[in-house]
Design a protein around this ligand. Structure first.
Ligand SMILES: Cc1cc2nc3c(=O)[nH]c(=O)nc-3n(C[C@H](O)[C@H](O)[C@H](O)COP(=O)(O)O)c2cc1C
Length: 189
């Protein structure tokens, strides 16, 4: 039997903050990923605000890059903060840009979602809203495990390392589940 091919994941972080806990959680994911999985991080900070008039003249280069990265990825990994009980504007803006026709690149993608928030719910409401976008865009998010990093300011050390052992285990399990899900439903046998 031939060896299974590696899985290429595109990570999208909903916070642009240098000290972002969601970005730090993504770094942890990169450290804990299963062998054979590669995780690349998208840059959504340079996207303009969505404007249909601009799109009508063609996607800006930063949007083209993001759309190409999504299309090329075997799976997506979102790390979302919670802003006012929903996802951040920058994350929604990136999804809105990338989702426009033709050939919207999200369709059929296996997806894993995690998030960190200051409140007890650990971005649960943001993640739920993100899951609703997944329905419309025909993505296939994993249901479990849920990675909800609550009171995130207490869960990372001064160097931005995730210190919660249970949380680290959940991130590891999420990526293992993403690998299995991608092989089951994605383009990777
Ligand atoms: C505009 C705004 C709205 C926020 N709303 C919520 C919220 O609804 N629930 C919550 O738990 N935290 C909320 N927070 C706190 C964020 O969860 C916290 O700042 C978190 O660290 C942001 O993620 P980051 O560290 O990746 O930037 C809000 C923060 C901002 C800036």
């Amino acid at each position: 039997m031939s060896e299974a091919k590696g899985i290429h994941v595109l990570a999208i972080c909903g916070s642009l903050r240098t000290g972002s806990y969601n970005r730090a959680a993504l770094r942890t994911a990169i450290e804990l990923k299963p062998p054979g999985m590669a995780i690349e991080t998208a840059d959504i900070g340079s996207l303009p605000l969505y404007n249909e008039d601009v799109r009508a003249q063609g996607f800006p280069p930063s949007v083209e890059t993001l759309r190409r990265q999504i299309a090329a990825a075997d799976a997506l990994l979102f790390a979302t903060p919670e802003y006012n009980y929903s996802m951040s504007g920058v994350l929604k803006n990136a999804i809105d840009w990338a989702s426009r026709p033709p050939d919207q690149p999200f369709a059929g993608k296996p997806v894993a979602i995690m998030g960190a928030g200051a409140g007890m719910a650990g971005s649960a409401r943001a993640q739920y809203d993100l899951r609703r976008c997944c329905v419309f865009l025909d993505m296939h998010p994993i249901n479990k495990p849920e990675v909800l990093i609550g009171q995130c300011h207490t869960k990372f050390d001064a160097e931005g390392r995730f210190t919660d052992e249970v949380g680290c285990g959940l991130i590891r399990d999420l990526l293992v589940a993403l690998e299995g899900w991608t092989r089951l439903i994605g383009r990777k046998a």
